[in-house]
Write a protein that binds this ligand. Structure first.
Ligand code: SF4
Ligand code: MG
Length: 331
């Protein structure tokens, strides 16, 4: 499968009055052509910071990419200057945020906003750009877009507004679409429709999608592969089947237990007790140890090595690692 984007050993920190927050600590993954990779974890785990790094949207200062590479079309995006990044954003890699209203300008009609985006990146006449706008609004399922071009964002429902935002993100035919909690602000029925829309668009356009979410339930429907992040690291990654049916990391299991399922009563939902470690001084061992029912002595002392379960599935947990016994023995 063709890789379109590769993140290699990425480190991102933020300097604050309290010290340096190590938000992303050695994250690596590849995104293949036409697939959806979900990055899942609690708020503050570094998933949004990872996606902002890809887009060149880390505010510097206080933020800084302190290590690693982000490879896209033979270039390392971490080395590019703002004008070059601006050409890539929207045209090659585009992003959708949680709240459609922040992405839309309330004072501009829908066609003006989309046409402006097109003209920034492509040499098209206004008439051609208008036709492209109508086509993309059709693609994202806005009924009768021709008659709605001159309407303002507030004249659309929340779900329709998110469709417009998706249209804006897709109109320049990017290779990569990053969606950060794209359905969190929507009610459950609309959420399902938007996720269906992602799948349909992917089938038609072949776009590769990174879906960022705190909710494993959301990814069950659309993700091909899932990376679970905790305290700035990917602690487990695998294809959807492996993560849902053969999760190995206690944190992944905890996230799965907190997802409502049809075959289980709501009341049985269990959330994970405790909270993530502070990332001013992350633990040297496993960052999940303080919340983990299976923690062993070695877990506090040494960060677990990556254990390869199969070609796509890997986990950072001592439970899966034969070497844990040896490390216990040397103590
Ligand atoms: Fe739990 Fe240890 Fe595995 Fe961390 S390494 S998740 S503390 S068993
Ligand atoms: Mg976030």
């Amino acid at each position: 499968m063709k890789k379109v984007l590769e993140v290699k050993d990425l480190y991102v920190s933020f300097t604050t009055y309290g010290g340096e927050v190590k938000a992303v600590r050695g994250v690596s993954f590849a995104l293949n052509k036409g697939e959806t990779l979900a990055i899942v974890g609690e708020s503050g785990c570094g998933k949004s910071v990872t996606s902002q790094s890809i887009m060149g949207l880390i505010p510097t200062p206080p933020g800084k990419i302190t290590g690693g590479e982000i490879l896209f079309k033979g270039r390392d995006l971490t080395k590019l200057k703002e004008p070059e990044l601006r050409k890539i954003r929207g045209a090659d890699i585009s992003m959708i945020f949680q709240d459609p209203m922040t992405a839309l300008n309330p004072t501009m009609t829908v066609d003006e906003q989309i046409i402006e985006g097109i003209i920034q990146h492509e040499k098209l006449s206004r008439l051609e750009a208008k036709q492209k706008t109508i086509d993309i609004l059709h693609l994202v399922g806005i009924p009768g877009p021709e008659s709605r071009l001159k309407q303002y964002p507030h004249q659309f429902s929340g779900g329709m507004r998110q469709r417009i935002v998706i249209a804006m993100a897709l109109v320049c035919e990017p290779e990569v679409l990053i969606a950060d909690e794209p359905t969190t602000a929507l009610d459950v029925t609309i959420q399902a429709q938007i996720l269906e829309l992602f799948k349909a668009i992917q089938e038609k356009t072949g776009v590769s999608i990174i879906l960022i979410t705190h909710d494993l339930g959301v990814v069950a429907q659309v993700a091909d592969r899932i990376a679970v992040m905790y305290a700035g690291k990917i602690v487990e990654a695998g294809n959807r089947r492996d993560i849902f049916y053969k999760p190995q990391h206690p944190y992944t299991k905890g996230l799965l237990n907190s997802v409502p399922r049809l075959d289980r009563e709501e009341a049985e939902l269990i959330s994970i007790a405790g909270s993530p470690p502070d990332l001013f001084s992350p633990p040297i061992g496993c960052p999940f140890a303080a919340r983990c029912d299976y923690a062993m002595e070695v877990c506090d002392r040494v960060y677990p090595f990556k254990t390869i379960m199969n070609r796509e599935h890997h986990v950072d947990c001592w439970l899966q690692d034969e070497r844990a016994k040896r490390l216990l023995a040397v103590k």
